[in-house]
Write a protein that binds this ligand. Structure first.
Ligand code: MOS
Length: 760
């Protein structure tokens, strides 16, 4: 492998910075109209009247659509949706089918007009009357009525309930604390937007900002009653998703609006709508207790999370990392979940682990301090070499190396165990660290590879580049697998008509699509070789096709590179303008990898689990180290240095991988110090409404971030050995920062974000 791993710059970078990369809202159509949604101002109840008389007379207005006149869509039916690959609607609500209100901000009507400004101005004039019911708007108020769900996404949600009480009580050293995390919003740079174009009565094209074109196609097709192959979803560029870009209701609304007006229609969400209508990370209250024996070996860990849901079964699974980290004879991981009338919680970068590592890794630091054991040493002492619950071997684990290398790079040995030992002027300086972890997922995927008679290669798959580097890394894989320079490789992704790929979520894209890309290149190379050896005009005539080498756009006799035949010549002599090969790979590491007869049509491949999961546990690991400076007068916290060491398998591109981790760490700094969405209890609406009050880190909040990769290939995730890297970077960051704040100040802050009011 010569290109794989290299820190090459994004092949789509120039298009992005010059504005040539086209995002969903930029797919303007001739005759296009604009939709603007009207949203509920009450949290629960029903709409009793919609007076559109004034609005209909507003300039440019084409339609006012509400439950009274909306297109009838298929109702919710989980079994049927599962069968159709349409289960993951962001919230289980079919828009504009009835007058019921489930949360403030719910779409209750949509105004379509000739221009965006006309639609927006008119939408604000729509008169709605409501029957108001008492809403559940506050987590703490609703917790007494909460339930204990049995399952979370197919897994047991209540583990060893009540069983840690006795061993904890008997432990000579123990701690028990409550940590809390606020609502967070994803806020990708590119707001959600969709352009809907009906190409006839039963055929639809959606230009949509989505993490999964085929997911969106399946869901839209299901509810609109169309064939999935008749709903083409196009998303060549997506400006971030972080879990918020599955299918949310605006995509169905705009399809309905386009049908009603018989025009192409664009709908772009405002930042305010993104606070509510595309999911959020729910707030959590987490109780963590643990005990150790006299030597500091853990005896039991208990992690209980209280959170909420609305309109789906999803709740924030903050106990996930507590299943994976640390050796302990017993662990209890439980949840209770309230129901709130609030926009629906969903997946957000490292769902579960992001807030969960704040609690667990703060508690581990508290336990280590109680024992007067260095927190790195405490973690090493209690390291779990096998997955604790299943007893499975990890497919690959180098976590102790992450701790050791991180400590070395960060200069951990000069840290003082006792707080308030180091200051610089009026700043107290502190050092803290935490463990990072996220599962290593992989799904089935298909990739088609084409080569033309100019030697140009095109790699095609429905995958999405949400800013992660998918374009670039696919070109690198194809370059190595075909022996063609990266500059001659084009990547076409982000179109549901292309060969099936999983959605760009769950940190699974790299592990899923690259084995298929490599396999497709291999098949194509074999076809080229077979043509060459059978051709008397080829220098390779009569040779064994399996014994040929390949590089620089040609096949050659191994050991005698001069005796060769170029791909271009092979195609030309065979009078072919193009050859192609497609491969579908299933998530297994060994034999039986490729599905014969390549399913390279946009069929719905079930997201089969890695068949090796019965034998191995697939997880990534890391160690996060932070230095903070705390202003003693103002209570402001600055992260001054950060080191992140990651064990994520083979690195496909040192530059894009590093950027992923940097992005994750910055996201973690935001969660630690500033991000929080507050709600008004009276009406259930977010009072934090824009990026002016939903604070995210800016350049001055972000120090130099030192990223190091272990880089050892995972021998079981795939023949390539790379695990996903999109989510692990955020995990452990807020705990490392909170632990550093304790080391600086002696104050233990257990409620995120760590704003100055909590310190002074
Ligand atoms: Mo991620 S939260 O699986 O997009």
């Amino acid at each position: 492998m010569s290109e794989t791993g290299k820190p090459i710059s994004r092949i789509d970078g120039r298009m992005k910075v010059t504005g040539k990369a086209t995002y969903a809202a930029e797919f303007n159509q001739p005759g296009m109209a604009y939709a603007f949604p009207v949203r509920s101002t009450i949290a629960k109840g029903s709409v009793t009247g919609i007076d559109d008389a004034v609005v209909k007379k507003e300039p440019g207005v084409l339609a006012v659509i509400s439950y009274k006149n909306a297109l009838k869509l298929k109702p919710l039916d989980m079994a049927a949706q599962m069968k159709a690959g349409a289960a993951f609607l962001g919230e289980n609500l079919v828009p504009l089918q009835d007058n019921k209100i489930r949360y403030t901000g719910q779409f209750i009507a949509v105004v379509v007009a000739e221009s965006y400004e006309q639609a927006r101005a008119a939408a604000y004039k729509l008169k709605i009357s409501y029957a108001i019911e008492k809403a559940a708007t506050d987590l703490k108020t609703e917790l007494p009525k909460s339930t204990k769900p049995k399952v979370f996404m197919g897994e047991e949600a209540q583990l060893n309930t009540g069983r840690t009480a006795a061993p904890l009580a008997a432990s000579p050293h123990r701690i028990s604390h409550t940590y809390s995390t606020p609502v967070e919003n994803h806020h990708p740079m590119e707001p959600h937007a969709t352009v809907a174009v009906w190409e006839g009565a039963d055929k639809l094209t959606l230009y949509d900002s989505t993490q999964g074109v085929q997911l969106t196609s399946n869901i839209a097709a299901y509810f609109l009653g169309l064939k999935p192959e008749n709903v083409r979803v196009v998303a060549p560029f997506v400006g971030g998703g972080f879990g918020s870009k599955g299918l949310w209701l605006h995509t169905l609304l705009v399809a309905m609006a386009a049908k009603a007006t018989n025009r192409p229609v664009k709908l772009a969400l405002t930042r305010q709508m993104m606070q509510t209508n595309v999911g959020h990370r729910a707030a959590t209250i987490q109780e963590v207790a643990m005990g150790t024996d006299e030597t500091g070996k853990l005896t039991a860990i208990r992690h209980h999370t209280s959170s909420y849901n609305n309109l789906t079964q999803f709740f924030e699974p903050s106990g996930k990392q507590t299943k994976v980290l640390y050796e302990a004879p017993l662990r209890e991981i439980t949840y209770n979940v309230a129901a709130l009338n609030r926009g629906t919680p969903t997946f957000m970068r490292a769902p579960g682990e992001a807030p969960g590592t704040f609690a667990l890794e703060s508690a581990i630091d508290e336990m280590a301090y109680e024992l007067k054991i260095d927190p790195v040493e405490f973690r090493v002492m209690n390291h779990a070499a096998k997955e604790p619950i299943t007893g499975h071997e990890y497919s690959s684990i180098n976590l102790v190396d992450c701790y050791r290398i991180g400590a070395e790079r960060f200069g951990w040995s000069s840290r003082k165990m006792e707080p308030r030992q180091t200051s610089k002027g009026r700043y107290l300086v502190g050092h803290g660290m935490a463990t990072a972890t996220y599962p290593g997922g992989r799904s089935a995927a298909s990739v088609n590879v084409q080569i033309n008679d100019k030697g140009e290669v095109t790699v095609l798959t429905a995958s999405i580049d949400i800013g992660t580097g998918t374009y670039t890394v696919l070109a690198q894989t194809a370059s190595d697998a075909l022996g063609v320079p990266v500059e001659q490789i084009q990547v076409k992704i982000g179109d549901s008509a292309l060969p099936p790929s999983p959605l760009a979520g769950g940190s699974q894209t790299t592990a899923s699509i690259h084995p298929a890309a490599m396999e497709a290149c291999k098949l194509l190379r074999k076809d080229l070789a077979r043509l060459a050896v059978a051709d008397p005009a080829s220098a390779l005539n009569g040779r064994n096709p399996d014994e040929l080498g390949f590089a620089d756009g040609k096949l050659f006799i191994t050991g005698n590179e001069k005796q060769s035949d170029t791909y271009i010549d092979i195609l030309k002599r065979a009078r072919k303008t193009m050859m192609e090969a497609c491969a579908t790979t299933l998530p297994v590491s060994g034999a039986g990898l490729t599905v014969p007869g390549a399913l390279c049509t946009p069929a719905n491949i079930p997201a089969e689990q890695n068949s090796d999961i019965k034998q191995y546990a697939f997880h990534s690991f890391g160690a996060q180290f932070a230095e903070v400076w705390v202003d003693q007068d103002l209570g402001t916290i600055r992260v001054k240095r950060f080191t992140s060491v990651q064990d994520v398998g083979l690195i496909m591109n040192e530059k894009t991988a590093r950027s992923q981790v940097i992005g994750g760490v910055i996201f973690g700094i935001g969660a630690a110090l500033m991000e929080a969405t507050e709600y008004d209890k009276r009406w259930g609406n977010p009072v934090v409404r824009t990026l002016a009050d939903y604070h995210v880190p800016v350049n001055l909040d972000v120090p130099a971030i030192d990223v190091h990769f272990i880089g050892k290939p995972d021998p079981h995730i795939s023949p390539i050995g790379a695990r996903g890297i999109g989510e692990i970077g955020i995990t452990g960051v807020s705990a490392a920062i909170a632990n550093a704040v304790f080391n600086a100040t002696g104050k233990r802050l257990r409620d995120l974000p760590l704003t100055p009011d909590k310190l002074v």
